[in-house]
Design a protein. Structure first.
Length: 317
């Protein structure tokens, strides 16, 4: 294959600028396409390219932002919205939800949605956009409204929880609701359950799944003190039942045992022992049931429901 040093320079430059490679020079663009056909490059969006090894190191939110930064130059009239805007603001959410780039346009014009582009057609003046992570995006309130209307409840709740942790302007949110033609019932429900105390997007996703499955809303990040040692333990979820039981649910992941940042460089054996000590302390403090949920439990729903029912987690009244 004929070498194009300009292609490699463009790829290097795009990685440095955290965007995808695209050129208005037809020869360079053809060179990118040939490299893609040869299996050297990924093509995440029509006309946009990246080296496979670089692209695969990025999470879904980072990949969306890389594409959006390139598309900004190609389509200066676009305002990015929905999950793309949420990623730009750094709102917590599940990365696997990034199937497409989301923009908002006031009219259909010459753009048509496809499997990599979702268009929200509604009046949103370009001058109302703000710049976040290098791209023009809808304001925070409108971003939440769009996420709430385009995602499932459990997918949108992490975005709302994250926004609330940074100071959620409900008045601005309701104003944005009044400016669109869609029913905002979903937004009202999300506001009802939004909780800034949620520790991370994974826990918000789990809580949203519990609520959708009909379980009572748990208390979050409750501190429980071991009466024997005085050690304090902060639990992810807690229910206290009418018959006096205390049920704790911990949202676990493998990173809890293997990620050095989460284990403070302790060995797996040391981490497991600390978890045992924690469980014993919680039980001494009166916790009757301890449920451990994995991300797959929550994602698949049925395993989570089975575990919560087995422990007698109360249903919503």
């Amino acid at each position: 294959m004929k070498a194009y040093p300009q292609v490699d320079r463009l790829l290097d430059q795009s990685e440095k600028m955290q965007c995808c490679a695209h050129s208005t020079n037809s020869l360079i663009q053809k060179g990118l396409y040939r490299r893609y056909l040869a299996g050297d490059l990924a093509k995440p969006y029509p006309g946009l390219y990246s080296r496979h090894e670089y692209w695969n190191r990025l999470n879904g939110a980072e990949q969306s932002l890389h594409m959006a930064r390139t598309l900004r130059g190609m389509h200066p009239d676009w305002v990015f919205a929905g999950l793309t805007a949420a990623a730009a603001y750094g709102f917590e959410h599940q990365w696997f939800l990034h199937h497409e780039i989301t923009i908002t346009l006031s009219t259909h014009g010459s753009y048509r949605p496809h499997d990599k582009l979702h268009v929200i057609y509604s009046p949103y003046p370009k001058h109302d956009a703000t710049i976040a992570s290098g791209i023009p995006v809808t304001n925070k309130a409108r971003t939440l409204v769009d996420c709430g209307n385009t995602q499932e409840f459990r997918g949108a709740l992490p975005v709302f929880d994250s926004a609330a942790a940074g100071g959620l302007d409900e008045a601005a949110l309701m104003k944005e609701c009044s400016l669109i033609t869609q029913d905002c019932t979903k937004i009202i429900k999300l506001l009802r359950y939004t909780n800034a105390a949620s520790d991370n997007g994974g826990e918000s996703f789990a809580r949203g799944t519990m609520i959708e499955a009909g379980f009572a809303e748990p208390r979050l990040q409750v501190v429980i003190v071991d009466p024997a040692t005085g050690q304090q333990y902060r639990v992810d979820f807690l229910w206290r039942t009418d018959d006096g039981r205390s049920i704790v649910c911990e949202f676990d992941g493998t990173a809890k045992y293997v990620d050095p940042e989460m284990t403070s460089n302790r060995s797996i054996q040391e981490t497991v022992q600390l978890e045992r000590n924690r469980e014993q302390g919680l039980r001494r403090a009166g916790v009757t049931d301890i449920i451990r949920l994995t991300f797959n439990d929550v994602l698949q729903i049925k395993p989570m429901v089975a575990k919560l029912r087995r422990s007698g987690v109360p249903m919503a009244s």
